[in-house]
Structure formats: structure tokens, C-alpha cells
Design a protein around this ligand. Structure first.
Ligand code: NAD
Length: 254
């Protein structure tokens, strides 16, 4: 039996992963704003600290893995919330739980997106995130658009993961990321219902090479593998699980 901690386990991809890990006999500590073992609003510094404290209290022996899965869609308002939850909360909780992960030579599975490559690393919002300047990143993104906030936060969190691979590996902790494509969850329902984003996301979903959009189980199956002993040499990897969308858009880049 392994001990996993995760955020965003109440619905969607996180809920399916939690179900699978529990079914395999593992222990899962779930942090969420809605329901879970620890209730915390990850958009705030106080909420992030409550999340860290709550997980620490429940797993003093250490963690086999941490999955910061909570996230907000490009239609969430204000846009600064997207930066706060999708980037700054992820970095804060990973860093806050680092010693617990080191105790068990655990791993972290970040949740990126196939929209991450759509925003450039040089984008000022991405750079403000990577500089750790939450106030600047939030102020900057308010004047931008939801796609920049969402794709940019996912780009930044994936780069943060890659930049910290060597340092964390030296402490026995492996970092990896899954990058899902459109997946039928409450997050996607919100996007589809949006006047501005809905038609675009529907059109993109209709173009997925495999011919259909993912269900949470398609993503969680791969995440469970990435967390397993079979994937113990995985370190710094980004797995696109998107039915071929990224290959369709960027065939020459990998
Ligand atoms: P979801 O809305 O079903 O789940 C998100 C979870 O995050 C929910 O349980 C929600 O309560 C929690 N959450 C949101 N704001 C929070 C806050 N302030 N504090 C604490 N918890 C909070 O969405 P999902 O589609 O399952 O998304 C899971 C992850 O997958 C997200 O990081 C998302 O960006 C990513 N993702 C989703 C898709 C997709 O198409 N659904 C594609 C790529 C990446």
C-alpha cells in the first residue's frame, strides 16, 4: 500500500485517478475546495498553507507521490485565479511537501495540458510565473485573455517541473507531467458552455485524430502507470495523452 496525496480529487480526472488508486488498495489524501480529506482554497496563500499542513498532519511518515491536479479552465474569471490555482498553488504545494516526498523517494506528477505548447516560453506572463512574481503575473494576465492565462500557466508549470528535475532527483524525488487533451469533465463542460470558447473548443475536439475526446479514465489510466513501479525510470517526462492532437498541430516538434 502506497500513500498518495493529491489536489483536485473531487471531480473529473482527479476523481477518476483517486478511484483507481483506492481500488488498487492505496491510501489517497485528497485536497480540494469542494470535498476531500483537506478542504482548502488553493488560490490563496492561506489555503495553500492549509493544504500543506493538512497533508503533513495526515502523512508524517512521508509520501510515495503527490499529484497537484486541481486546475481552473480558460473561462474562469478573474484570469488571475487561473494563474493562482494552475501555477502558483502547484509550485507552493510541491515545495511545501518536498521533505515528505524525499522521505519515501517519492515522485510528483504534474498536470500540464496540450495547450501548454501554444503559449511561448518568452511570453511575459510565463516569465512572470517562472520568476515567482505572483502579483506581477496576476496583474499582467488580467489584461490578457483566458487562453494565455490557461496555456501560459500550464506552460510555466511544465517548465518549472523540467527546471527542477535535477535538483529534486538529487533528493530522490522524480518529477514528471501528463499533458491531457480535451477530456470530458466539469472543467470542459464550463468551456463548452462559454459563448466565446465553446464553439472553438468543440471544433478542436472534432479534429482530434483518434476521432473522439477523452474520458477521465483515458487520462487516469496513464497517470496511474506513471505513478507505478513500472515507470520508476521516468524522470522529467511530459506525456501527451491527447488522441494525437499535439502531433497534428506540431508534427516537427517534440
Ligand atoms: P475538474 O473541474 O473536474 O477538476 C478540477 C478540480 O480542481 C475540482 O475538484 C475542483 O474542485 C478543484 N479546484 C478548482 N479550484 C480549486 C481551488 N481554488 N482550490 C482547491 N481545489 C480547486 O477538471 P478536470 O478537467 O478534471 O481538470 C483536472 C486537471 O486537468 C486540471 O489541472 C486541468 O487544467 C487539467 N486538464 C484538463 C483538461 C480537460 O480537457 N478537462 C485538459 C488538459 C488539462
Amino acid at each position: 500500500m502506497r500513500t498518495y496525496a493529491m489536489t483536485g480529487g473531487a471531480t473529473g480526472i482527479g476523481a477518476e485517478l483517486k478511484r483507481q488508486l483506492l481500488a488498487a488498495g492505496h491510501r489517497v489524501i485528497s485536497v480540494d475546495i469542494k470535498e476531500g480529506d483537506v478542504i482548502a482554497d488553493l488560490s490563496t496563500a492561506a489555503g495553500r498553507q492549509a493544504a500543506i499542513d493538512g497533508v503533513r498532519a495526515l502523512s508524517p511518515e512521508g509520501l510515495d507521490a503527490f499529484i497537484p491536479c486541481a486546475g481552473l479552465p480558460p473561462v474562469a474569471k478573474p484570469f488571475s485565479l487561473i494563474a493562482q490555482v494552475n501555477y502558483f498553488a502547484v509550485v507552493a504545494t510541491v515545495e511545501g511537501l518536498r521533505d515528505l516526498l524525499a522521505k519515501k523517494k517519492g515522485n510528483v506528477l504534474f498536470v500540464s495540458s496540450n495547450s501548454a505548447p501554444m503559449i511561448g516560453t518568452a511570453d511575459p506572463f510565463v516569465q512572470a510565473c517562472l520568476a515567482g512574481d505572483e502579483a506581477a503575473a496576476c496583474a499582467m494576465v488580467e489584461g490578457r485573455d483566458g487562453q494565455t492565462a490557461y496555456g501560459g500557466s500550464k506552460r510555466a508549470v511544465t517548465i518549472w517541473m523540467r527546471r527542477h528535475v535535477v535538483e529534486y532527483a538529487a533528493a530522490g524525488i522524480r518529477l514528471n507531467a501528463v499533458a491531457p487533451g480535451i477530456t470530458m469533465t466539469p472543467l470542459t463542460d464550463r468551456v463548452l458552455a462559454d459563448k466565446e470558447f465553446g464553439p472553438a473548443i468543440k471544433a478542436f475536439g472534432d479534429m482530434v485524430p483518434v476521432g473522439y475526446n477523452a474520458q477521465p479514465v483515458h487520462i487516469a489510466n496513464v497517470m496511474r502507470f506513471m505513478l507505478s513501479d513500472e515507470a520508476s525510470y521516468l524522470c522529467g517526462s511530459v506525456f501527451f495523452v491527447d488522441g494525437g492532437s499535439d502531433a497534428m498541430l506540431r508534427p516537427d516538434d517534440f
